[in-house]
Each structure stands twice: as C-alpha cells, then as structure tokens.
Design a protein around this ligand. Sequence first.
Ligand code: SUG
Length: 443
Amino acid sequence: MISREANFDGLIGSTHNYGGLSDGNLASASNAGLIASPKAAALQGLEKMKDMHEAGLWQGVLPPQQRPHLPTLRRAGFSGTNKEIYEAAWKQAPRLMKNCLSASSMWAANAATVSPSSDTVDGKLHLTPANLSTMLHRSIEHPQTQRALETAFPFASVHHALAEQSVFADEGAANHVRLCGARGDHGVELFVYGRAGYAVTRAGYPARQTLEASQAIARSHKLGGVRTVFALQSDAAINAGAFHNDVVCVGALQTLFYHELAFADTASMQADITKAADGLFIPNFVEVPLAEVPIEDAIKAYLFNSMLVQMPDNDRLTLIAPLETQENVATKTYCDKLVASNSPIGEVRYVDVRQSMRNGGGPACLRLRVSLTEKEWFEVNRGNKFSTKLYDGLKTWINSNYRDTLSPEDLRDPNLMEESFVALDELTRIMELGENFYPFQRI
Ligand code: SUG
C-alpha cells in the first residue's frame, strides 16, 4: 500500500499579533508590541501550502481557533454578554486578555504528537493533542485541537491531552521526529525532551517537554518500545533559545539534520537510533558544526525550523527554509555547501513566512506532519484537504475578513471579536467542519 507524508498547516487566525507571550522564545520577546498584519500572515501561510501542493505533496489545512477564547475568560469569573466580557477583561485582567487573543494555534507542529499506523501495534493512526501547559496562551488550545483532529481524521485514535501539570508538560510534534526506510514501513520514533518531569525547575529558559510526557505518549500510541528512542536536549540549546527541539533539529526518512549543540549526549542519541533502526534502515546523521554555524545564527535564521521533504522525482531531500536563512551569511553559506556536497539534502528552497517568524514560528512550526496510507488520506475530512478550490475560497475569505494591520491598541476593540466570529462561522462552511465546531457556535 502506498503511504506518504502529508503536511497539515495551521491556517493563521485573524487576531495574529505580537504579544511577547513566550519566555525563552527570542523572536517573541524581541518583537513584542510590533504592529502585525493578520492578512499578510494568513496569505503567507496559504502560499506555502499552495507551493507544497503544487510540488505534488499531500497538503492539509487545520482551522484557526476561536479568539478571544471566551471559555477561559468565563472560567476566570467574567460574565455577561460577549462584549461585556471583552471590555471587563481588558479593564481588569489585560494580561489574561492578551493570552486569550493569541493566534498561536497556527503553529501546528505543536498541535499534537503523531504516530502513523505503520508504527503502532493496533495498526491505527494515533494522535495526542499537546497540553502546551508551559505557556498560558498555548495551554488553552488542546480541547479545540482535539476537536479539529477528530474532525480531520475520523478514522484515527485521537487521545486526550496529558494531565495539565508541569510533570506532563508536552509540546507535541515539535519535540518528535520519525525516521523510516520508506514511508509505510515501520519507523523509529525519536522523542526529545528538555527535562525530567519530577525534577526541580532548571535554571535559564523553560524546558517545555518532559521525559514523562514523551513516555506516556509512546505508551498510549502503542509503539511497542523497541523502535522508540528518548533523547535529552542540551541546556546550551535551550538557553540559546531552542524552546523546542525543532528549532535545532529536523528529520525525514533516514536523515536526521541537527546542530552540534542540539542534544545533551549526541553519541548516545546516534547509538540509540542506530540500534532502534536495526533491520529497518541505516540512519544518516547530518550534524552541523558549531564552527560553521554558531548556535545563535542557527536560531536567529531558523535553519533547522525548515521542512525536510521528499519532492516527487527527486532522490535527495529538499529543505524548505525561511527567507531569514537565506539572509544570514553563516546559514546561507552552509546551505550552499550542503547542496553542493553529496549529502542527503540536495536542494534548499526559501519561503516567506515573516509574519509568523517574528513570533518564532518558521516553516516547520506551521505544519503538522502526518504519514498516511492512501486509504487514510482518502478518508481525511474533505474540507481539511488542500485543493485549488479550497485555496481560492480561503484566499477570498482572508481578503474579505482579515485586517491589514493589528496594533496592541487595536486588540482592545470589541469589534475585533465580532469580526473574528463572523469569519470563523463562514470558515466552518468553507472547510466543512460540521455543526457547532467553535465554542461561540455552541452557546
Ligand atoms: O510556542 N510563539 C510560539 C512559537 C511556536 C513555534 N513552534 C515550533 N517551534 N514548533 C511559541 O513560543 C509567541 C506568541 C506571542 O508572543 O504573541 C508564540 O506563542
């Protein structure tokens, strides 16, 4: 049976803004308060999807979430009409309000951890929505993420997020890499964590993924153990701004592409993957030396937050990197050398996702990878599958519903909520998301 990797991109929501909400994410901190363009952001994301679709890859779309997230505001004691809640929350709890307005569900790599049916003992596709419990604005995503995944993948085992507590802090596929010989073959799943769950909090920036969370997911996805590897991120990487492993590492098929400083113990990581892959494939480790690409450049230019994909008719892999990688001397020089050598990566394409990048979200953050059999792809909800028709519909929808600019002051305007709900209501029809998909539609 033919299997391929699909990319499900998060459609960027109409409240996209620079809230400075993510401690340890350098872009989020340094761009806090800038004027955002929700329209440009959503169109940039949509063009990336179109490029991948036209290149012949399976492309999917995940809908944005409802923002403001009124259920969180109600749980925090606000009541009355939507408008009354909006105005009272801005007056009494402006920080909470900012958290409830973030469009952060765009970063679909954090939506869930995914294990394809070829890896699981029960032969089913398993997905666990990430609880994202380290950051308040992200911790409110998982109930709606679960609903979105159940809608998109009606045939899959979609689990509940793990317990929302520091011991089980989980950030989804951003800390997970699947390697394999050929798609459809049994693969090796690499879970990367930043700390032990029960350990006292570490110094420096927060480590957002725990070993306990990764182990729990491997168990509930019925991975069987032998083909599963757990590896610790290095403190150096986290403290340099690698708040997720996918800021310093990406993998596809047999290739793992990572920075020299990404892992606490690189030799053990390599040995463990090689052992887990025994009899399946021979892993190919492409380690980027610190001497050629300083970690600061790797993180600023987001070299590793690229999509590593196999294009049809190309034996070597293609790296879909952000424009910022092309503009940085160290990363651009490295990419040119990589392509010219006989490495498994034979091409680098640069894409414009600048609006998302200013919040620390590169091309890889914006997509959730789901390896599917042809039969499973056929069964994906039609409205979640990218097509020319969907592209046209979404483009018109964005152009007619999204603002060109959104400043921190503009966020206080209750009309933003009304506009956003009208747009999402229309989206549920465009994407065939069913009745009462969003909380505001259920009241
Ligand atoms: O969780 N930024 C996101 C970026 C997520 C990137 N994802 C991956 N690396 N896979 C985060 O830190 C910033 C929002 C703000 O500050 O307004 C934010 O949430």
